[in-house]
Design a protein around this ligand. Structure first.
Ligand code: ASP
Ligand code: MG
Length: 444
């Protein structure tokens, strides 16, 4: 059994749904297919949630009709037979009626989760119906029946395994099962959802639960690139990454992969392949336990970083000071990404600023606090990157760009620097030239 996940762009148009169909039928192995919502739909649903929250019934109605006609259009273009068209439209209309009913309930977290996960429900319903109509027999599975994730980042793999295995046994045997990404149930059994882009994570949770042979993540690019192709020319896909490298890159900004994606499959050594729906023959990136090449692999950038400098003369020669500071962040459920210290000051970064005011207020009780927003972490990743003979070139950046923090040696596999976001693109380009192109002889 292998797991294939298709992202929002891959299922975002009729033309692309045909591409997905071709990929699914290219081989005979049994598959579970995890789909995202059509691109843009989850954003639309988030706006709908706002309408519900503010009791704007007119906007709720308008947005639900918009959603209905968008999916009707897909059915019209995708399906030839009138009878099948009607059946699928009736199904979509029933789903929209459910959504109307939920929208009239009082706003709660559960209402939010129920609504935002309907994009996946609608798309998988239509896609499964379409495939069956053209004799690509498949079974539609409701992810709410098996996808148990206790807290946001804590999937209950054993429970998923038990539930899903039973569901597969009870269902008519099929070579293709289709299910929804993103949606899950929490510890209390309430409907919840993963973080944005979480369908990747759904796929690896299922992969781990079923001991799949591999998990394929199909997107709109030919694998994970060595630098951000939106800002840097001459990037190239990386053929192999270790789980550690992929996790660091995903966490520090590589948009192609949800940060938690690899964690469920690491212990089981199930490879994760990143593939391109628009170029299925391209090798893409294989993520596994194997290290094919040590040293520098890739650079990524994470925006929206806030740097906090905490300065106090009381830190001088004192112990327990760091514990006291970290406790404040811990109490406000705020995780810290980068840290640098001097004898009387510590600088650290966070990306979640929802409790920033409270944190600052508390620390100001005993230290001077400076907050700087709009920063980006640039992360240089590779197994043993700190031993790469070219890594030193990275520090030449100090000649050109004001670097706010450097984190070196925290692990052998990652060097991070913090810059003002306005310097992010020049930093990425500079590093690309110094770390990759000079090595490859592109630049003299
Ligand atoms: N549809 C959800 C999102 O847009 C989940 C996903 O696409 O992975 O975030
Ligand atoms: Mg994605």
């Amino acid at each position: 059994m292998k797991i294939l996940k298709f992202g929002g762009t891959s299922v975002g148009s009729v033309e692309n749904l045909h591409r997905v169909r071709e990929i699914l039928t290219a081989d005979q192995e049994d598959k579970i297919v995890v789909c995202s919502a059509m691109s843009g739909v989850t954003d639309q649903l988030l706006r709908l949630v706002e309408n519900i929250k503010y009791g704007d019934a007119e906007a709720v109605t308008r947005n639900l009709h918009k959603l209905e006609s968008k999916h009707y259009d897909v059915i019209d273009q995708l399906i030839e037979e009138q009878g099948v068209k009607n059946t699928l439209k009736d199904g979509v209309s029933a789903i929209i009626t459910e959504m109307f009913e939920i929208s009239s309930q009082e706003y709660s977290e559960t209402v939010n989760s129920k609504i935002v996960t309907y994009g996946e429900t609608l798309l998988t319903y239509i896609f499964s119906g379409f495939l069956n109509a053209i004799n690509i027999t498949n079974v539609l599975l409701d992810a709410k029946e098996f996808m148990y994730v206790d807290a946001v980042d804590n999937p209950n793999i054993n429970k998923v395994a038990k539930k899903l295995t039973k569901i597969l046994e009870d269902n008519i045997q099929s070579k293709i099962y289709i299910t929804q990404g993103f949606v899950c149930r929490d510890e209390a059994g309430q409907i919840s959802h993963l973080k944005r882009g979480g369908s990747d994570y759904t796929a690896t949770i299922i992969g781990s639960a079923l001991d799949a042979s591999e998990v394929q993540i199909w997107t709109d690019i030919d694998g994970l690139h060595n630098n951000d192709p939106r800002y840097v020319d001459q990037t190239h896909p990386i053929a192999h990454l270790t789980y550690n490298e992929a996790a660091e890159l995903a966490y520090f900004g590589a948009k192609i992969l949800h940060p938690q994606t690899v964690s469920p499959v690491v212990g089981k050594d199930i490879p994760v392949l990143l593939k391109n729906t628009f170029d299925p023959e391209a090798p893409g990136t294989v993520i596994s336990n194997k290290t094919y090449k040590k040293g520098l692999k890739a650079i990524s950038a994470k925006d929206g970083i806030t740097a906090i400098k905490i300065k106090s003369n009381r830190m001088l020669m004192a112990h327990g000071y760091l514990r006291r500071i970290f406790e404040v962040f811990d109490n406000f459920n705020t995780s810290i990404d980068m840290i640098t210290t001097s004898e009387i000051a510590i600088s650290l970064t966070i990306d979640n600023t929802s409790n920033l005011d409270e944190i600052v207020k508390e620390i100001q009780g005993y230290a001077e606090v400076t907050v700087e927003q709009e920063h980006s972490i640039i992360c240089i990743v590779g197994e043993s990157v700190i031993n790469d003979k070219n890594s030193y070139r990275l520090f030449e950046i100090l000649n050109y760009i004001p670097v706010r923090m450097v984190s070196y040696g925290g692990s052998n596999n990652n060097i991070s620097i913090l810059v003002d976001t306005k310097d992010k693109i020049p930093t990425l380009r500079f590093l690309n030239e110094k770390l990759f192109q000079i090595q490859e002889g592109v630049v003299a």
